[in-house]
Design a protein around this ligand. Structure first.
Ligand SMILES: CC(C)(COP(=O)(O)OP(=O)(O)OC[C@H]1O[C@@H](n2cnc3c(N)ncnc32)[C@H](O)[C@@H]1OP(=O)(O)O)[C@@H](O)C(=O)NCCC(=O)NCCS
Length: 347
């Protein structure tokens, strides 16, 4: 089909004003991987003072996946990446760049992206990690998009992967019920005659960095026997404040993304919000004026998998047929930092 015979679009492509001369950034393959081991709410009842009823009503989570001891973030990432590459029909040799979004890298260095490069054999690819906590997948998509639109690279692999079980305090009922492990991947390419990623909003507020953080392990508090004994290598969270900020930031980001594309919520086929808590998802959906069937939800199966969350959900939405070619999708994320973001994608 020649560009002139394409149907007129009913939305604005905000990228058009940059004169990319027909270049687009399309997601041509998606994939996800979750570890086999399931940890149910009933299992957690045996570990801390909690109940299935409390977890379900406050969060919507019923179970989450846990990586094996010898299964690392790079392994989860590789599982998701191989599926995305297969769907896109792209070999490891063809990948130009790998970006991994994670807060639980295998090691502080080298990057998990380099370890992933080795695992999948993408020997030509440049590789680096980005850290934007649960917002990492949209941050990484937007970075990848810059390389594709600028003609620097043609095939970019973006992965959100986290093994949160490695930084969760399994004795703290306030946090341990919320999180899980997993990975999601997307293969981004220039695809003529397709719109792809239309816009991505990114935001941050470092003044609220103390709402969700891990004190130990960095240059501020390197590992010592005392830091370990004091529990400084576990994730800490101020739940209620995080909740409020999440709803407001996700709402604002989503509205800004749609404003840029000059569309309203009815035009979105599938909304994929960060899967942290069903009540956050519902609150954001309601404030956006979305119908319940526009929202994609899988938080009951996996809990909060941080950077992997929307990536896994995107893969499941595609696999289940919820998203068809030409549909508009809205991704919305929020995480530690604080960070947030939203992206509109034409599938
Ligand atoms: C954590 C969260 C589920 C707590 O829900 P909440 O309605 O705010 O609950 P509260 O903080 O008011 O806690 C209520 C009580 O339940 C208790 N509680 C906490 N976790 C519990 C658990 N797993 N089981 C049973 N009781 C629990 C608290 O100790 C508190 O008891 P108290 O009143 O005696 O002090 C909610 O605040 C949340 O989801 N926040 C956002 C978290 C998030 O998404 N983080 C990641 C962002 S990327």
């Amino acid at each position: 089909m020649s560009p002139s015979s394409l149907p007129a679009t009913k939305f604005k492509n905000p990228r058009a004003k940059y004169n990319f001369q027909g270049r687009t950034c399309s997601i041509s393959g998606v994939g996800s991987y979750v570890p086999r081991k399931v940890l149910t709410n009933a299992d957690l009842e045996r570990m801390v003072d909690t109940s299935d009823e409390w977890i379900t009503t406050r969060t919507g989570i019923k179970e989450r996946r846990l990586a094996a001891q010898d299964e690392f973030t790079s392994d989860l990432a590789a599982g998701a990446a191989r599926k995305a590459m297969k769907m896109a029909g792209v070999t490891a040799e063809q990948i130009d760049l790998i970006i991994v979004a994670t807060i639980t890298p295998d090691m502080l260095f080298p990057s998990t992206a380099c370890l992933l490069q080795r695992l999948i054999g993408a020997r030509r690819a440049a590789a680096f990690d980005i850290e934007a906590a649960c917002s990492g997948f949209i941050y990484a998509l937007e970075i990848a998009q810059q390389f594709i639109m600028s003609r620097t690279y043609d095939n970019v692999l973006v992965v959100g992967a986290d093994k949160l079980s490695s930084i969760v305090n399994w004795r703290d009922r306030n946090t341990c019920v919320l999180f899980g492990d997993g990975a999601g991947a997307a293969l981004l390419q220039n695809r003529p005659h397709s719109h792809g990623l239309l816009t991505a909003v990114m935001g941050a507020d470092g003044n609220k960095s103390d709402l969700l953080f891990m004190p130990g392990g960095g240059s501020r508090c390197p590992a010592t026997a005392q830091s370990v004994a004091s529990g400084l290598h576990f994730l800490c969270m101020e739940g209620k404040e995080t909740f409020k900020n999440a709803v407001q930031a996700m709402l604002t980001a989503a509205q800004e993304a749609m404003r840029r594309c000059e569309i309203d919520i009815d035009r979105i086929k599938c909304i994929i919000p960060h899967q942290a808590n069903l009540r956050i998802i519902q609150a954001v959906g309601e404030r956006l004026g979305a119908k319940p069937d526009q929202l994609f939800v899988n938080v009951h199966k996996y809990g909060n998998t941080s950077a992997a969350s929307v990536a896994i959900a995107l893969d499941e939405a595609v696999a289940s047929g919820r998203i068809q070619r030409g549909d508009l999708i809205l991704l919305i994320v929020f995480g530690a930092g604080l960070t947030w973001g939203a992206a509109v994608i034409e599938w």
